[in-house]
Design a protein around this ligand. Sequence first.
Ligand SMILES: Nc1ncnc2c1ncn2[C@@H]1O[C@H](COP(=O)(O)OP(=O)(O)OP(=O)(O)O)[C@@H](O)[C@H]1O
Length: 240
Amino acid sequence: MVGSNTAGVRALHEVDLTIAPGERVALLGESGAGKSTLLDVVAGLTVPTSGSVEVLGAAIDELRGRALRRHRADIGVVRQQHGLPESLRVVHNVNAGRLGTWSTWRALTSLVRPRGRAEVDSALAAVGLAGLADRLTGDLSGGQQQRVAVARALIEQRRLLLADEPVSAVDPKLSDDVLRLLRAADGDPAVLVSLHDPGLARRHVDRIVGLRDGIVHFDLPVDEVSDRRIDDLYRITPSG
Ligand SMILES: Nc1ncnc2c1ncn2[C@@H]1O[C@H](COP(=O)(O)OP(=O)(O)OP(=O)(O)O)[C@@H](O)[C@H]1O
């Protein structure tokens, strides 16, 4: 598959990737390597210029209407620019993760009286944000907002979780906690997560895909990813 982003930049070249149900895969690579573009292609937010993408058994570009909404409800997405409306209370942003499974009426009434409040509270507690459901999202720190986006993805059982640097603004202890949550999410979803910390990837996934200049540089079980391979991926030359 070849992908160009919205600006027409050729960001991926002949990427061929299959992820098994329940498998946890990390994308590593330099800034600009194509990780976000790849995640956007799998999420159906960017259409590849050639090749095909099959997600959860469906060719995403062929889905329409209700089938597309149902398909999207099976996928939890945490984007780098998480797009949480800052003027909404946290509870509404977390509940937005359920819109694919709710009727329009249910979604509208929930804006007045939040539904499923207990589930929202427990999703927030799981990401270390207990007690913040009624705060305005814009009043939270960057790292807290990132965790609201994770709670939104985890509020429903998913078959696939896509997360683009979900812990870039989060301290090391919480980063481990968030990765643990993605890894152990209800329903044992497949996980595709881009990370900047190889150590986190090593601790939490089954397989690492190294992207370089839009190409798959390596695709290996985590045990086979040596320090040397990581250094090579990031073009780090040994000192001394
Ligand atoms: N909005 C944009 N306009 C122009 N070029 C872009 C844009 N977004 C990404 N690119 C380019 O597309 C390529 C892939 O970028 P992408 O964001 O997918 O990389 P990445 O690995 O996710 O990087 P990062 O770790 O910095 O998020 C790069 O060449 C990048 O410069």
